[in-house]
Design a protein around this ligand. Structure first.
Ligand SMILES: *Cc1c(COP(=O)(O)O)cnc(C)c1O
Length: 361
């Protein structure tokens, strides 16, 4: 037996979440965002599972795309940060990857380095995120440079990214949608993409031709106020372990590093072999829920590198070997994230390689 800490990746839940995207955006094509190793779930596994049910994938960069191509994934793959150096262009062309163009430097390099196979590009427009992309006033000039170039595939597609889509009612999002519609109206022929998961779920006006869901595929709500179930989603990752120690301590004794937590009475304390080197947040405070035997108990004291401790007063009969869940179906990751002042995205992407991924469904 080895260390009993593992992440179950529920592929049936993943398929159900893709179906949920499809039902929200039935007219649109789906670009499944699987950057950062599919938000920690394993990009190759995720891609193989849903390749036949989506139209394209998106990753951050060439290196992430090549891992998918080497595993035999043939669907179009969008590189969300485009390219960084012209050396990448021949590989991008040969591997049939699509690039996001967000800067005049990239446009210049692209026009100076024609490839024998036409490149598929997404022109990124900055409608208010103010991260990557061309400001609206420069879009038509860039379009005029790109449109006549024969080594650029047509249609040239356009995308933008929402800054505040995670709030269901938001004036800023309305403004971004309006601006995107205005700027793209004069570009023809083209295809558009604006909606991330929050856009898919809450902003029908932003659906365009292609939707770009990420977090919802993994069964996590993109909204601050809801959990997966409220959005018709099913958690894909279940971070699991077991108790490896249960001991009784006396009133007043302290637990863990810094001796920050003291037993208010004589009580049992359990140890679970999950720590910040597994990706569990070190700053999760005492009181963060953990499931032991399917029931909630509070985390106590500081999270260590390899372990954390729980208050077992409500489960005096708990013993080593009993199952523990750090997040999953019965313990929403959104709740753990809120306790730790972060978001489910960060928790998922920080689960380290030490945690075995066990595929089910
Ligand atoms: C990560 C990303 C997405 C997916 O966002 P979610 O909130 O995870 O749905 C979509 N578009 C771009 C440009 C991204 O970087």
């Amino acid at each position: 037996m080895s260390r009993p800490t593992y992440a179950v990746i529920d592929l049936a839940a993943l398929r159900a979440n893709v179906a949920r995207v499809r039902s929200c955006a039935p007219q649109q094509r789906i670009i499944a965002v699987i950057k950062a190793d599919a938000y920690g779930h394993g990009a190759v596994t995720v891609a193989q599972t849903i390749e036949s049910t989506v139209e394209a994938f998106a990753v951050c960069c060439l290196e992430e795309a090549l891992i998918l191509r080497e595993a035999g994934i043939q669907a179009p793959i969008v590189l969300l940060e485009g390219f960084f150096h012209p050396d990448e262009l021949p590989i991008i062309a040969a591997q049939n990857l699509q690039i996001t163009l967000h800067s005049s430097q990239q446009v210049e390099l692209l026009l100076k380095n024609p490839q024998t196979t036409p490149l598929n590009i997404w022109l990124k427009i900055d409608t208010g995120m103010h991260r990557l992309g061309f400001l609206p006033q420069y879009v038509s000039a860039v379009w005029k440079l790109l449109q006549p170039a024969e080594h650029i595939a047509k249609p040239i597609r356009v995308m933008s990214h929402l800054a505040c889509a995670d709030e269901r009612q938001n004036y800023y999002t309305e403004q971004q949608i309006k601006l995107f519609t205005e700027v793209t109206r004069h570009l023809a022929p083209t295809e558009t993409s604006l909606a991330n998961s929050a856009g898919v779920l809450a902003w029908t006006q932003a659906h365009g031709d292609w939707v770009r869901p990420g977090i919802m595929l993994y069964g996590v709500s993109p909204f601050a106020a809801t959990v997966a179930k409220d959005e018709g989603l099913q958690p894909v990752m279940h971070l699991c372990s077991t108790l490896i120690s249960v001991k009784q301590y006396r009133q007043g004794e302290s637990i863990g590093y810094g001796a920050t937590w003291r037993c208010p009475q004589n009580m049992p304390v359990g140890v679970i072999p999950v720590g910040y080197a597994d990706g569990y947040p070190r700053h999760a405070p005492s009181g963060t829920p953990v499931l032991v035997n399917g029931r909630r108990v509070p985390l106590i004291g500081r999270v260590s590198m390899d372990m954390l401790m729980v208050d077992l007063r409500t489960q005096p009969n708990a013993k080593p070997g009993d199952p523990a869940v750090l997040w999953g179906r019965s313990l929403p990751i959104e709740e753990v994230a809120t306790h730790s002042h972060t978001i489910g995205y960060e928790l998922l992407t920080k689960v380290t390689p030490r945690v075995k991924r066990v595929v089910s469904g």
